[in-house]
Design a protein around this ligand. Structure first.
Ligand SMILES: Nc1ncnc2c1ncn2[C@@H]1O[C@H](COP(=O)(O)OP(=O)(O)O)[C@@H](O)[C@H]1O
Ligand SMILES: O=C(CO)[C@@H](O)[C@H](O)COP(=O)(O)O
Length: 499
């Protein structure tokens, strides 16, 4: 039997899957690392932790591997998007990575609009200037840490840095390059226009690859440290959402994904780069050659639940915390949550807005709060679904993945709020599975990623909308949508009091 490994470098942890030729997950490990949040709006991680935890994870994954280790033929990666890793001449990391959910760059986004213009930016990159994307982070370092910036030789994204440390080869793939705001998405090349207008040396942009392209084999050091064979072939990999789409079979028009990890996304396949969503949703290159996807992002999806657990139930597991959710009625007895803990992206690109509980009553118990957190996250994702539907997309079936797909009550809630059939696959680890599929396809096991999906992916369970709940949620969603507008000014006034 042959095997491949999929490494998903998430925000909360690196998750590693060992997958055989039939697509079965033989072994999996997850190794966490912390976020560094020094100030409101800041979110960083130490790239060294990613490397350390991946090595520890690979070692653990392989400790009881029963046959010849060389039977593990290939490996690929999925990674949290947009994070800026700056490297010097010797490829040493110059400062902590600034992550996708860091929103310190509002001024730099404005600078991008002032210099390039909104229309031109949209025409080249297909996306607006948002705080989370990589280009504003580069401009922030240039302005605030010039002594760091002058030593920059190259920038990469998180999984590209990890791949570099495992192989010694430095690249980026199109799906992650698309999230930098420096890529001409339609032409699949770095935009020399954007670099020139913002006075960025284009040589800092790493070489581009397709997600299934082979970059080499793992280094001898890494083979020794992990137990892998030095013949293990390494393939580029992709952005976590592109890989999540591959690992959920979102490989043709009409397919939709909902992923609830630290962030939450609703994602839809696009065959071409020329649809016009006016920047309301992100428009990126897929991990499938010459394909694309659109998506709406809730910045703090699973993160909202994790925050609640850490603050109010740190000793409990997610399972314990969510165990009573199904005893609370739809609407959480009049309690409404907006998940803007770190600002928001879709539909409100707003770094200042913060979360609210509306309607707290003395009869409310902790379980009402827990349900309202789940409902608020799901309402936020529904805003993206509404944008897609208003633009003529039919969304009647959604594959749900990520940590959030581990809970049946939450999946039923998704069916009821989205008014669509929700499908859970046998593995909810879409990005890791997508990475493993890129390695399997790269190794030549299949003629296409679609062939691979047909062999690897299996449906586990469906959740159908319950009409009476759908009607209640329609009413509640209208109330939910008003909270943003009603709390925007208040949050601006509170800004000076934040940490
Ligand atoms: N049993 C569970 N039920 C529901 N949600 C869960 C459960 N376990 C974890 N989660 C949620 O999943 C999130 C982590 O999902 P994951 O896909 O691993 O994230 P990431 O890729 O961002 O690291 C957590 O923030 C948490 O809110
Ligand atoms: O910023 C985005 C997408 O644009 C996020 O979706 C990140 O890619 C992080 O993903 P998770 O760690 O939540 O999976």
């Amino acid at each position: 039997m042959k095997y491949v490994i999929g490494v998903d470098l998430g925000t909360s942890a690196v998750k590693i899957l060992l997958v055989d030729t039939s697509g079965e997950v033989i072994q999996s490990v997850s190794k966490p690392y912390p976020l560094i949040q020094e100030k409101t709006g800041y979110s960083e991680q130490n790239p060294e932790r990613w490397v350390e935890q991946t090595i520890v994870g690979l070692k653990e994954l392989l400790k009881d591997f029963p046959t010849d280790i060389a039977n593990i033929e290939g490996m690929s990666f999925s990674g949290q998007m947009h994070g800026l890793v700056l490297l010097d001449e010797q490829n040493e990391v110059l400062r902590p990575a600034i992550l996708w959910n860091d929103t310190r760059t509002t001024a730099q986004c404005q600078q991008i609009y002032n210099v390039i213009g909104e229309d031109k930016l949209l025409q080249i990159t297909k996306n607006p200037a948002l705080e989370g994307f990589t280009l504003p982070k580069i401009l922030w370092v240039k302005e605030h840490e010039p002594q760091v910036f002058e030593r920059v030789k190259t920038f990469v994204l998180p999984k590209d840095y990890l791949r570099y440390r495992l192989t010694g080869q430095l690249h980026i793939d199109y799906s992650d390059a698309a999230g930098t705001l420096l890529l001409d998405v339609g032409r699949k090349e770095w935009s020399t226009t954007i670099c020139a207008l913002l006075d960025i040396n284009p040589s800092i942009c790493p070489p581009l690859l397709d997600s299934h392209d082979e970059v080499g084999t793992i280094s001898l050091d890494i083979a020794q440290a992990t137990g892998l064979s030095a013949t293990t072939r390494v393939f580029a990999g992709g952005a976590d959402n592109a890989c999540g789409a591959i690992g959920s079979g979102i490989l043709e028009d009409g397919k939709t994904l909902c992923s609830i990890g630290t962030s939450g996304v609703v994602l839809s396949y696009e065959a071409t780069p020329d649809k016009n969503f006016n920047g309301k949703v992100h428009y990126f290159n897929h991990g499938v050659s010459d394909a694309f996807y659109t998506m709406g992002v809730t910045l703090s999806a699973g993160h909202s639940l994790t925050w609640f657990k850490e603050v109010f139930a740190s000793e409990e597991s997610f399972q314990q915390l969510l165990s009573e959710v199904n005893t609370v009625p739809v609407g959480s007895n009049g309690l409404l949550f907006t998940p803007y803990l770190v600002g928001e992206r879709t539909p409100h690109a707003d770094a200042i807005i913060r979360a609210s509980f509306i309607g707290i009553d003395s009869s409310h118990q902790r379980k009402d709060f827990v349900r309202s957190v789940l409902e608020g996250i799901t309402f936020s994702l529904h805003e993206s679904i509404e944008i897609f539907r208003k633009n003529g997309k039919l969304i009647d079936t959604i594959v749900s993945i990520g940590g959030g797909a581990q809970n049946d009550d939450w999946l039923q809630m998704q069916a009821d709020i989205f008014d669509a059939k929700i499908v859970r696959l046998t593995s909810e680890q879409g990005p890791g599975m997508g990475a493993a599929m890129l390695a399997a396809y790269g190794c030549g096991w299949f003629n296409s990623l679609k062939d691979c999906a047909a062999n690897f992916l299996n449906e586990d369970k469906q959740f159908n909308p319950i009409p009476v709940n759908v009607e209640k949620y329609k009413k509640l969603f209208l109330i939910y949508q008003q909270v943003y507008g009603q709390t925007k000014v208040l949050n601006k006034a509170l800004l000076e009091f934040r940490k």
